[in-house]
Ligand binder design. Structure first.
Ligand SMILES: C[S@@+](CC[C@H](N)C(=O)[O-])C[C@H]1O[C@@H](n2cnc3c(N)ncnc32)[C@H](O)[C@@H]1O
Length: 156
């Protein structure tokens, strides 16, 4: 099984890329965390935000492999503790389907992505900038993996 982070936004600041890769590179071979960046639509003065969101959503869903489980990152989703996330990760691994984690852009996720979601995950009740979400998500999943494998990274 693989984890795929499908996120709106390219050209992240260096600190985001460095921090994200610091965690992403730690995942084991049998559970890689792959990143697919979806270019954000141009948000000019008279931009049609609804259309931009729809286009971003279409591109995100097109990047999801057939049969994969879609988890959307949403402020109003469910809060999972690290041990709960570790349980979810173990269940997902047993189930064998790839897991796609969808992170929206400045206006959030397209309705089509939310409709396709099999689980809504909130990292916090606070709204975070989408570059920050990548970093917190990668660390949280890495910690969950470390709990599920008794790796010493996670200490109570
Ligand atoms: C800047 S936020 C979008 C804010 C937008 N006003 C909204 O309500 O969705 C960009 C993306 O980051 C993710 N995000 C931001 N904060 C989050 C949180 N606390 N938990 C989970 N995902 C979050 C969501 O996927 C969101 O679509």
């Amino acid at each position: 099984m693989k984890l795929m982070l499908i996120a709106v936004g390219t050209k992240m600041p260096d600190w985001v890329t460095t921090a994200y890769e610091e965690y992403a590179r730690r995942f084991p071979r049998d559970l890689p965390l792959d990143l697919i960046e979806i270019p954000a639509g141009k948000r000019g003065k008279n931009a049609d935000i609804k259309r931009i969101l729809e286009t971003e959503g279409e591109k995100m869903l097109a990047a999801v492999p057939k049969g994969a489980r879609i988890i959307t990152l949403e402020v109003e989703g469910a809060n999972w503790s690290s041990p709960q996330l570790a349980q979810k990760l173990t269940q997902w691994q047993m189930d064998g389907r790839d897991v796609c984690l969808l992170v929206g852009g400045p206006e959030g996720l397209a309705p089509a992505c939310i409709a396709a979601s099999e689980g809504k995950w909130s990292l916090s009740a606070l709204t975070m900038p989408h570059p920050m979400v990548r970093v917190v998500l990668a660390e949280s999943l890495y910690r969950a993996w470390s709990i599920s494998t008794n790796h010493p990274y996670h200490r109570e």
